[in-house]
Design a protein around this ligand. Sequence first.
Ligand code: TMP
Length: 208
Amino acid sequence: MSLFITLEGPEGSGKTSAMKIVLEQLKNDGYDIITTREPGGTPISEQIRNVILDKDNTKMDSITEAMLYAASRRQHLVEKIWPALKENKLVFCDRYLDSSLAYQGFARGNDVEKILEINKFATDGTFPDLTLLFDLEPEIGLERINKNKGREVNRLDLENITFHHKVREGYLILAARYQDRFVIIDASKPLEEVVEAAYQAIKNKLGE
Ligand code: TMP
């Protein structure tokens, strides 16, 4: 059985650290898993990622940004995600189109329906089966990033706190709109609890 699972959340939500542990557990359970991330996941998509996140590209128009994300997403689907789903794998993707709706739509103030249309076109309407939203107050997330100096600081980290609040609110609106695929994980909880909540949500989707 193939399943397309996306991981979403504001900066510093800890989704990557929590999922590392969850994925180990799922591999031990015997699942055939691939993990990938956006923007990126293939050489062409990684090149697009570098253009989008370059701190010097301060003049980038927000619709240009949305279309670059969508272009990177398309290439990623063609080269990696669709083939893996055809091979009946569990595909875990760190960020996907909900990031575009939250960041380029809600936070940048673009028409969310327009961003959705660009993405429906780019993905041939491929929506995730399950989206784990690692929800967190933006202040806590940004504080975590500042403490974790090893992580690269990108152009979007440099946005002000109001932007990050809009991202969070956007995600919560999306979770209410797409209740059939969203599960909200409280990412302010201790790591073990976050891991357990994410693991259970995936197991529920797998029907176990
Ligand atoms: P990350 O490596 O921490 O996930 O950073 C990627 C950044 O790109 C993050 O700030 C979220 C942002 N982003 C968007 O704005 N739109 C998108 O569609 C995606 C995939 C990411």
